[in-house]
Design a protein around this ligand. Structure first.
Ligand SMILES: O=C(O)C1=C[C@@H](OP(=O)(O)O)[C@@H](O)[C@H](O)C1
Ligand SMILES: C=C(OP(=O)(O)O)C(=O)O
Length: 448
């Protein structure tokens, strides 16, 4: 996949430890949802710490196009005046969700429940990603979808006039599919029931309650059963967005790999359905501590202290995937430096991210002198037990996480590593290069 204006970036070993305290941008999942719930609520929602990355700005623009007032009142501070559940209006133009799967899929849930016609598209990466996983269940509300071959974008939707509540067992572990069904359920009378076999991030459920909806969650032998009472009045509520653990992963892994480093990432979201990477790194022997653990804005947060460690290999069970789904590329970089063979199991979902992340991660490693194999849905990495050779140019395929993982690898490699396009880092982590250079105390990341 190509991008018209690629911005290559090269990372070299800083020659000194990484050190310092930093805050990463706000959580992407919570930021999308805060804007959407704000748009559906009655009253004015004040959001603090919103991620001002391109993905979330697409959601902000879409909420404006659907009739909400969305205002940026300061750094990370946003004000949304909502239209009430069922009150969104027909957008006058195509909704372009850019690179963001979350924005596209959650918004389809909202559109399904409103009697509007809308057309949605995205960039070359998003137009390749499967949307049938949401349009199939959402069709049962009474909404109609017209999609490209394979259920891909661009698509058109005519939302249901009298939406029906869904009763759906989500066949893949996906918080986006679950959330799309729940968002559609807001507009339907009666109870919407969504069952997930494996628990995925629960920010939608938590925020629905925070805005006054009635949601129950029960773990049963058949999976997690979520019930939502339809047509609630959502009431505007302040949202405090914690730092994104998926972004914190990059400076944390960099600190673990660059000898002598000690980095503190402040105010990181520690929702248990997001912290699989930290569990895994600890199993690898990582010196990783949480300080100042507290509840802020209804979510657990803390400061993560990471210090250089000689890591050992690990087997990551498939059941852990939902709690660290976006962290496998950077975990693979940690595994490349660890002693022994790391096996990450059950990664089928990585194939349908911004890129085929399973293939892109294996290629990232291989081009930098690390032996990596894909066996079925597993990724197997032969660690060096020390420095990574490096020297490669990584194809990032419009995928921010592949770009940031490649650059973290470069900080710990004998020879610099180039990401062929770092432009997409701005989707989730604006300021990434500056922040990493701040920790390095030097221009470790620079244009080649
Ligand atoms: O619900 C969300 O905010 C997200 C869910 C995950 O996607 P899936 O639902 O496709 O697993 C994750 O990869 C994505 O970055 C954000
Ligand atoms: C998969 C991701 O995001 P999305 O699905 O929203 O594009 C991600 O941020 O790693």
């Amino acid at each position: 996949m190509s991008h018209p204006d690629p911005r290559p970036l090269k990372a070299r070993a800083p020659g000194a430890p990484l050190a310092g305290r930093l805050a990463v941008p706000g959580d992407k999942s919570i930021s999308h949802r805060a804007l959407m719930f704000g748009a559906l609520a009655v009253g004015t929602t004040e959001i603090t710490g919103l991620l001002e990355g391109e993905d979330v700005l697409r959601t902000a623009a879409a909420m404006r196009a659907l009739g909400a007032e969305v205002e940026n009142t300061g750094p990370g501070a946003w004000r949304v005046s909502g239209r009430g559940v069922g009150g969104l209006v027909e957008p006058a133009d195509v909704l372009d969700m850019g690179n963001s799967g979350t924005a596209a899929r959650l918004l389809l849930g909202l559109l399904a429940g409103h009697p509007v016609f809308a057309v949605m598209t995205g960039d070359a990466s998003l137009r390749k990603r499967p949307m049938k996983r949401v349009t199939d269940p959402l069709s049962a509300t009474g909404a109609t979808f017209w999609t490209r071959e394979g259920g891909r974008l661009p698509l058109a939707v005519r939302g249901a006039v009298d939406p029906l509540p869904l009763d759906y067992v989500v066949p893949v572990p996906s918080a986006q599919v679950k959330s799309a069904c729940l968002l559609a359920g807001l507009c339907a009378p009666g109870t919407t029931r969504v069952v997930e076999k494996e628990a995925t991030r629960d920010h939608t459920e938590n925020m629905l309650r925070h805005f006054g909806a009635t949601v129950s969650v029960e773990d049963t032998p058949d999976g997690r059963v979520i019930l939502l009472e339809g047509q609630p009045e959502l009431i505007a509520a302040p949202v405090l967005v914690p730092g994104d653990p998926s972004s914190a992963a990059f400076p944390i892994v960099a600190a673990l790999l660059v000898p002598g480093s000690r980095v503190v990432v402040e105010n990181v979201g520690l929702n248990l359905l997001r912290t699989g990477l930290f569990t895994t790194l600890r199993e690898m022997g990582a010196a990783l501590r949480i300080e100042n653990e507290r509840i802020a804005g209804g979510e657990p947060v803390g400061d993560v202290v990471a210090e250089y460690t000689e890591l050992t290999s690990v087997t990551v069970p498939p059941g852990r995937a939902p709690s660290m789904i976006d962290e496998y590329p950077v975990l693979a970089v940690a595994a490349a430096a660890a002693r022994g063979t790391t096996r990450m199991k059950g990664l089928a979902e990585l194939r349908v991210k911004e890129s085929d992340r399973l293939a892109a991660t294996a290629a990232l490693l291989a081009v930098n002198g690390i032996t990596a194999e894909i066996e079925g849905d597993d990724l197997i990495v032969q660690g060096t037990g020390g420095a990574i050779p490096g020297g490669g140019t990584v194809e990032t395929h419009m995928d921010h996480r592949i770009a940031m993982s490649a650059l973290v690898m470069g900080l710990a490699a004998r020879t610099p590593v180039t990401a062929d396009d770092a432009a997409f880092i701005d989707t989730s982590f604006p300021g990434f290069a500056m922040l990493m250079n701040g920790l390095a105390g030097t221009e470790a990341l620079a244009a080649p």
